[in-house]
Design a protein around this ligand. Structure first.
Ligand code: GLU
Length: 489
């Protein structure tokens, strides 16, 4: 048998179909990403459908928040956005078409009658299923009741047998049809039931692959039956695992920030968020974790999709952000950090413009130890003119003997005050030379110096700190520290 060459394979068409009843959450963003990655990997399209048929719960504000979240993540969609609510007429036409072919029937049972039968079944400890009594109504009676204006719903008649599909994640899933109820497809007010709207739209949009959360597995047999009744080929399904919090329970507000917008406003890098989301239910194999978008596109195949629930670990997200912070091109990082640096009062447009090269190298220095943009800003103080605080622990550990610390700093200040070059190599030579002439280890100079320059026990390499501060500021920090030590013996 010859395999179809890729160019002859139909372009896959996927869709992300959020209900606009809240902002874009981690689960939705993960689903959008997987659809997007699949579409990109197989050179297909991902469409966006807003499932706004639930008028009471859908809001324009949510729709906007979803667009904004997707755009922030860079998950663009192909073609015009489809609004499910605008397709009411087609949904109705499809329901009527199934009436015509006999795949569906009118049901005149009132909600009260159904409720009564349901409670009777419950009392008898039987599961309730519609008993098809309206399917047995003679055609004349149906015609008479329709003409008389009796309200009715349209029900789908579940055929005999079983319904199965080859799920991309779960392999074969099979449902005995006897477990399915003759479900309503069109309400008495003419509005479609969810499963009909989804199938009608997916057919109209030419969707070939449906990827969604596995909470939809129970809808799938009904949807497959609808496809067949409408004479359409069902798509391939992939049901993605649920996302749980660290406590193993389904992710919810209790677990803290779950809206994508929250992370956007915290200054998370979209690339880190995408990378983190990609690992919620997919693995590229091996222990590979940190990936760029292009790498994810290349690696994203269904064999990496996982069944077991994914765990949302906020610490891992922060770690991932740290990984991306130190890898993204500086030019991409800078516009994300600068607003926060401005807000903290460290820089303004003039500094960013006039000392651009210096500013970029400072960001490059600070990002190494940062997991968030805030971490970068938090570490930035020592490199700008304002005074710094000395961390109590740093003082206790590295300025233990105040007067000898002050002496060492005096000596360092003197050694650095000349007009030698101000680069890491020269500075290292000067300070190591000083240690030698004082007959002490280099660490005995570096540690007190670090506290003087940054107020902290941990910082970038001491020579890099000196270079980033520049001679003038570094010497001033040394004088300040000496003054402090002398005042607090
Ligand atoms: N609107 C549905 C949801 O938000 C998606 C349905 C689907 O993907 O088929 O869960």
């Amino acid at each position: 048998m010859t395999e179809t060459t890729p160019s002859l394979r139909p372009r896959p068409r996927l869709r992300f179909a959020p209900s606009p009843t809240g902002s874009l959450h981690v689960g939705g963003a993960r689903t959008a990403l997987f659809n997007w990655l699949y579409a990109r990997h197989y050179d297909g399209d991902m469409l966006l459908r807003v499932e706004d048929t639930d008028k009471a719960r859908s809001t324009e504000e949510s729709t906007r928040a979803i667009f904004e979240g997707l755009l922030w993540l860079g998950l663009s969609w192909n073609e015009e956005v489809v609004y499910q609510g605008a397709n009411l007429e087609r949904h109705q036409r499809d329901a009527l078409a199934m009436l015509e072919t006999g795949a569906a029937y009118r049901c005149f049972c009132t909600p009260e009658e159904l409720e009564q039968r349901r409670s009777e079944a419950q009392a008898a400890r039987e599961s309730f299923k519609y008993d098809r009594r309206c399917d047995r109504l003679p055609a004349e009676e149906v015609a008479r009741r329709v003409a008389g204006g009796d309200p009715y719903v349209i029900r789908f008649r579940i055929p005999e047998g079983s319904t199965e599909w080859d799920d991309m994640v779960h392999e074969t899933i099979s449902f005995p049809n006897k477990d399915l109820d003759d479900f309503v497809i069109l309400r008495s007010n003419g509005t479609p039931i969810y499963n009909l709207a989804v199938v009608s739209d997916d057919i109209a949009m030419g969707i070939t692959v449906v990827m969604r959360g596995d909470d939809h597995i129970s809808n799938t047999p009904k949807q497959i039956l609808l496809y067949r009744a409408l004479g359409a080929e069902p798509p391939t399904f992939a049901h993605l695992p649920m996302i749980h919090g660290m406590d193993g329970k389904k992710l919810s507000k209790r677990h803290g920030a779950t809206a994508v917008g929250d992370y956007q406003h915290q200054g998370l890098l979209p690339g880190a968020m995408l990378n983190f989301l990609a690992l919620l239910g997919w693995s590229p194999g091996g222990d590979r974790e940190v990936m760029t978008m292009d790498e994810m596109i290349t690696l994203f195949t269904p064999d990496g999709l996982q069944r077991k629930a994914a765990i949302f670990d906020p610490k891992k997200l922060e770690w991932m952000n740290g990984q991306h912070l130190s890898r993204v091109p500086l030019a991409e990082l800078e516009p994300r950090v600068t607003p926060a640096m401005m807000e903290a009062g460290y820089v303004d447009e003039a500094i960013v413009d006039s000392r651009g090269e210096w500013y970029m190298s400072l960001l490059d220095l600070l990002r190494v130890r940062a997991r968030t943009i805030d971490d970068i800003v938090r570490q930035a103080g020592p490199y700008f003119p304002g005074t710094i605080e000395y961390d109590a622990e740093a003082v206790a550990n590295n300025w233990k003997e105040r007067s000898s610390a002050a002496d060492i700093l005096e000596a360092a200040k003197e050694a650095l005050a000349g007009d030698s070059a101000w680069d890491a190599g020269t500075l290292e030579a000067i300070l190591r030379g000083l240690a030698e002439s004082l007959g002490i280890s280099a660490g005995k100079i570096f540690q007190p110096l670090r506290v003087a320059l940054t107020g902290l026990t941990v910082s970038p390499g001491i020579f890099e700190v000196l270079v980033a501060q520049g001679r003038e500021l570094a010497l001033r920090r040394l004088s300040d520290a000496i003054g402090w030590l002398r005042r607090n013996p």
